[in-house]
Design a protein around this ligand. Sequence first.
Ligand SMILES: [Zn+2]
Length: 148
Amino acid sequence: MGTDDGFQPGGDRGNRNPKMANAPYFPESFIARIKDGVNIVQIISEVVSLKKAGRNYQGLCPFHAEKTPSFMVSEEKQIFHCFGCGLGGNVFTFLMHYQHLSFPEAVVELAGRLRIPLPEVGIQEKTDTQKMKERLFFPRPPSIITGC
Ligand SMILES: [Zn+2]
């Protein structure tokens, strides 16, 4: 007595933005842990040469072409701001713009650097998609009854 749900809409149609659909959710505490462990000056100075200017750090903006530095990083506030193009934000915003990442991707990137394990939620999301894939590729065969 197997349940037969008739036909299933198959194929990969309508799966235009899998990145967005699979965006994992991270708890606030996890984000806070990353913010605590990361130093925005260190992250940005890997790609922008920063000079100490008073309480802040100053450099050439990586987001627009300029000859005089108007890109400021505040270690105290853990934010950056460019007075030339107006772009600003925290360490996540920086990675999102610089590496063209989505917010969850920037979170994963920083968690990796800090060796902070990803929370269960993110992992569960993955297994769900994996299960779905398995079901698509290996449909459960109808139970075969060998009798007599
Ligand atoms: Zn700029």
